[in-house]
Design a protein around this ligand. Sequence first.
Ligand SMILES: [Zn+2]
Length: 303
Amino acid sequence: MAAKIPFVRDMDFEYETAQRVSPLIRRLVANNPGPFTFRGTGVYIVGHGDVAIIDPGPDNEEHIDAVLRAVEGERVTHILVTHRHMDHSPAAHPLAARTGAKVYASTIPPKPSDCDALRLEASDDHLFTPDLNVEDGQRFAGPGWTIEAVFTPGHTTNHMAYALLEENALFPGDHIMGWSTTVIGPPDGDMTAYLASLEKVRDRNFSTIWPTHGPPITDNPSAFVQAFIDHRIERENQIVAQLRAGKTQIKDMVAVIYADVDKRLHPAACHSVLAHMIRLVELGRVECMGGPPCVDSMYALRD
Ligand SMILES: [Zn+2]
């Protein structure tokens, strides 16, 4: 039986208009809806007077003007970036140039690819480099607000979430989405790191999770996160069952496991199974015949 993830998708908003969503948080949704961004990038503004901006979004004039309008008369002290994908980071430096704020993100470089990588997500913002590095546990503060960096690798090697301590809330970037599962695409996506990062967030017992895409998760966020863990463990068990049944190639496993999914999505599914396979190889449960684990490699169970 499939593990149930209690997805949340209803969202009341107007594009490019800041909306107060909690005492300390305003959200402005960029007008960039799509298959990976859902309704668009949710840009969060934290505090009043002196404010931090989390994931400023795409670099287009209309959007940047909207963010600047939202913080008119205020001082932007920090621009915090969760990861360098095109729907999250490109507006950071243009906004910094116009507000005087500094741009913060992890400087850990993305993992290079051993095999042909398939582009699964909003593409990388290759040119992005922060002004200042962020480390796990680092704190940023303004009047009435304290933000703590929570290192959450998995979706990308350098993914950083941000916790707003006064509201026991988390801005998880793309690590957790309320409307969908997160893409874990090797080589930069890492399933083992992703699962550990889910456990880390689960154990913090946040009251609210504010994903970049879609509405907040307010109803028992830790149980929601656990459902994502269960979903991945279930997928891993399906892959092991396929190996046990004698399948050696990812594409043949996908044909069975994703039989009820549109065939056009099977290449993406192959990459998701590869993320699991790399983890199983790392755990020593699976052997990859010759070369590094790739989509076209041959695999066998060790036990
Ligand atoms: Zn992303």
